[in-house]
Design a protein. Sequence first.
Length: 238
Amino acid sequence: MTNREAGWPELGKRPRHVAFVMDGNGRWAARCGLPRLDGHREGIANVERIAAALMARGVEYMTIYMFSTENWKRPQEEVEGIFDLLVGWLRDRVPGLQSAGVSIRHYGQPDRLPAELARALQHAGSTSDGERLVLGLAINYGGRAEIVEAIRDVLSASEADRGIDEQAIAGSLYTAGVQDPDLIVRPGGELRLSNFMLWQAAYAELYFSPVLWPDFDEVELDRALSAYEERSRRFGGL
């Protein structure tokens, strides 16, 4: 069976980096008559499933928007519950991903996070050397804040006299050294980026799905990859 017959993009058109907005966990829980935290639990569990599916399709980078700088506005009980779930997932499930060849990176501001979560993210990153997939966890992440921090870093660097250019800013982003996303997928029916990877998304293809993130499975993933396959990426050229 060929890649096209299997519903996968042909090798030459397959994205190297797919990023996701993890949207719809709360609505999924409400639809199922469950507490919101159960939706977040299922949404976090789905990260592992989609990561495995991407590895099977030869994708090299996955980034997942798990907690934004705006999510602090949610009820304190929900925020604390999300952080507890993330700590448990990093402790219990991420080692298995690492054994399968996944390398973990944290994109975001660690300072405001609970100490236990910040330590878990630091540990996951320091013990990751997998070569099959780089999994970026955007936690306490905001695209505008990232750009502001990058500019401040460039201005304070010893070589700042060389001026501020795109290369200097890109090298100071949370994602420095990681290819910009080829494809950004937002499940849940919303049609916006919500402050996610604003710099990196300059030439990304966007795909919006009505499916809530906990239900976003391999079938939906292949629909997104197939849509990507059909697009022509000219980067401003003819």
